[in-house]
Ligand binder design. Structure first.
Ligand code: PHB
Length: 391
């Protein structure tokens, strides 16, 4: 009985295929895109902005990338590295996605990159700066639309040295993003004769800054350099001002400190200088068009995370167009991406052999709830890609 049913079903399917004809037989299967992002916790707003940006690009392409209609699968990674491998396997093994897009947190992204390598799955990283992703973990199936942690830190180190500051205290969360931002900063700052006199940190995502702010006040450095982002950055900037430090010891940061956060930080952020690959006042036709489309679609202003999500879509679209949607062609995908000039709202950029953007870092100053671009801190800055065999 069961065998008979199966035979009948098979015959029916075959008949359907004949009736539907060659057009149906040729239509490409959907492209399964797995979004692994934080939708809860201190980085929730960042995850949402990335998804918005990515979806905006896909919808501008009529819902298709590489000729295939995009179908989304989602996992909230909670910015929790302990759950990261299980979470990424939900997308790779359970949902069998063709492409992974994620994530925000460096520790989670490293776990994603390891699974992507083991399973040879395409991975586009739309934020996390973990140096290892485009360092020892680099490969033709891994590309980043954002930055390496080293990049904005290094750009800011040069700026702070040029300002004439000699002794600096750093303060950040104790994990890859904080450590590597500080390392990049130190490399540039100390090369120019400055000295980092103290590195302060607290575990991610803690926001009990008081004891550390007291230590900064006692150390009396010329300036402070920091990496914080999301909700933690909002609280840090407010606490720094409330502790009375803002007027005496200038605060510098990689630009995440003040991106997507200015409404909540209010006047406490005014005047802060940061370096980042995006700003609010670029006023180029490309950026203006993007900002208008984003604001119309989401009734929100975009930030750097929205741009990175949008550009993750652009990079994926570029690579998949070259392989006609065939995700198995990793080497051809990578070659196309590395040849391309990505027409980003941030300004055009290229992708290195290690898979990381080579891009300008703007010097920005907070004014009137905007990160105003006041110069270029570092032009066409390339990550050193230490440990990447492809570079
Ligand atoms: C990171 O963990 O790599 C990270 C998180 C938030 C940012 C930037 C980098 O804004």
């Amino acid at each position: 009985m069961t065998l008979r049913r199966t035979l009948l079903a098979t015959a029916a399917l075959a008949a359907c295929a004949l009736i539907a004809g060659p057009a149906a037989a040729q239509s490409a299967p959907k492209l399964k895109v797995g979004l692994m992002l934080p939708y809860t916790g201190t980085y929730a707003a960042l995850g949402n902005a990335i998804e918005n940006g990515f979806r905006l690009y896909v919808s501008e392409q009529g819902g298709k990338l590489g000729g295939r209609e995009v179908e989304f699968f989602k996992v909230d990674d909670e910015s929790d590295p302990a759950k990261a491998t299980d979470n990424v396997n939900k997308l790779v093994k359970r949902d069998q996605v063709d492409v992974l897009v994620g994530t925000v947190h460096s520790g989670v992204a490293m776990a994603m990159a390891k699974v992507a390598k083991e399973t040879n799955t395409l991975l586009v990283v739309p934020n996390a700066g973990a140096d290892a992703v485009t360092g020892p973990l680099c490969g033709p199936n891994i590309v980043r639309s954002s930055f390496s942690n080293w990049q904005p830190g290094y750009a800011m180190g040069e700026v702070v040295a040029k300002k004439g500051h000699k002794k600096v205290v750093t303060i950040t969360w104790k994990y890859a993003a904080g450590d590597e931002s500080v390392k990049g900063f130190k490399e540039a700052f100390e090369k120019s004769g400055g000295q980092v006199v103290k590195d302060l940190s607290l575990p991610f995502p803690n926001v009990e800054f008081q004891a550390l702010l007291t230590e900064i006040a006692a150390t009396k450095p010329d300036a402070v350099f920091t990496f914080f982002a999301g909700a933690g950055a909002v609280k840090f900037v407010k606490d720094y001002a409330a502790a009375g430090l803002k007027k005496n010891i200038p605060l510098y940061g990689s630009g995440f400190l003040t991106d997507g956060t200015l409404e909540a930080q209010g006047a406490d952020a005014d005047g802060i200088l940061t370096a980042l690959h995006y700003g609010d006042s670029l006023n180029t036709p490309r950026d203006n068009a993007f900002r208008l489309a984003y604001a119309k679609t989401y009734k929100l202003q975009p930030d750097v995370y929205a741009v990175q999500g949008y550009d993750a879509g652009q990079i994926l679209g570029t690579g998949l167009a070259a392989v006609k949607g065939d995700v198995s062609k990793k080497a051809e995908f990578a070659a196309a991406v590395q040849k391309a000039k990505i027409d980003s709202p941030r300004g055009p950029f290229t992708i290195s052999k290690a898979g990381n953007p080579v891009q300008d870092f703007y010097l920005r100053q907070v004014s009137g709830k905007e990160n105003k671009v006041i110069g270029v801190a570092s032009k066409a800055l390339a990550d050193p890609a230490r440990g990447c065999k492809a570079s």
